[in-house]
Write a protein that binds this ligand. Sequence first.
Ligand code: ZN
Length: 235
Amino acid sequence: MKSFFIFLFFTINVFAKPPLIILIGPPGSGKGSQAGLIKSNFSYPHISTGDLLRDNIEKQTLIGNQIEKYLENGSMVPDSIILKMLYDRVHLNDCNKGAIIDGSSRTLDQAKYLCNVFSDEYNLIIFFFDLSDKKATKRILNRVICKNCNTIYNKVYYPSKFDEKCDNCSENLFTRIDDNQEVIIKRLTDYNNQLPKLTKFYMQKNNVFHLDADQPRDKIFIVIKDLLLHVENNF
Ligand SMILES: [Zn+2]
């Protein structure tokens, strides 16, 4: 097992601005779970591009109809659509004190856009979730989610106490339409194609942390929490 490692390029004085926490990792690496934990501990809203996309599909908006086709066959949704949704969401009032973005920054263009557009208002803090394809696949195939409160369970690793019901709100748990073997392989391939470019881009930035995602959920969160507490104390 890899040791738990982080690279700290950390300067205290940059945190006069609120944090914009960006989680990057393959599907199944636990970004969503960590985002949920950060949200409940720090009260930053959790912006999931996946949820934004799914919301649009569910409400059958014009954008929703377009993106449904991409998601169903596992293609990446074009940057222009993701970035427009993201920009609008981050500029809502609840993000004034900070926010968590999960599931974006998947391409170099998206990463550049986030840095360009948000760096003046926010301090970008980047967490990379490092996980092998094999482990990511196994996790995704067992993933179920509460539609009501977005809590993520795993039938193998983190099952709910009562079969197919959410522990928090008793709502039925569901499997995402894009959580199937064929789509997962495509999504992992897309991610792995982008990863070297993303890593290289962020290497030149401050506040970039690499997490070994093959660790228990709580253990990963302790590292993230310590880091963010440090940030908040200097806010
Ligand atoms: Zn729930």
